[in-house]
Write a protein that binds this ligand. Sequence first.
Ligand code: GS8
Length: 221
Amino acid sequence: MADEIVLLNFWPSCFGARVRIALAEKGINYQYREQNLLQEKSPQLLQLNPINKKVPVFIHNGRPICESLFIVEYIEEIWKDKAPLLPCDPYQRAQARFWADYIEKKCYGFIRRILYSGKEEERKEAKKEFIEMLKVMEGELGDKAYFGGDNFGFVDVSFVPFHSWFYALETFGNFSIGAECPKLLDWAKRCMQRESVAQSLPDPLKMYHYALQMKKRFGVE
Ligand code: GS8
């Protein structure tokens, strides 16, 4: 019997985009169920992710898996023969997990503070820390095509969805990511040339308008 694969997601979610990229890389078809998080959460989301109540939720043959990085690892384990995302070498695998975790702990927090903090000082500080983080990632990338080397992999999947925020961040934060981190921007563009990435990421202009809507909601001008 064919696998039943469902993804609960909200279109602007960078976390959901990770899962979409991993599934596209592996050529897996799935049912997409949009969750409008601007309205009340659906009973299905609350039932399947009762602890965090967040998207994405991946449902494989009726069983839910939460947290995007765990979902990507699960997809990797189940469909390991198709387009491997994690290296075979245990040390390299641990390194990939370290960087994905670094992004997880830092990136979205900075983005939220740059866009939605009510205090200008706080927004400035977040921008400074965000640029520092991008520079750390640029250093880790070095001269490689992708974070894992020649092949697109786990760290790329974890990080590239945030590219969709770049336009909104640059516009509202009044800075240029290309000027600060040219190699990192080249990497993002390289990733965007992949169909799996291009078809999974939300449009940057749509993200800008979403950020504008959220700023109004939070009362930040
Ligand atoms: C983050 C998911 C998340 O924040 C992951 O899956 O990797 N670490 C988790 N999801 C957001 C949507 S994206 O902004 C969400 O579902 N928010 C709802 C809420 O906070 O109540």
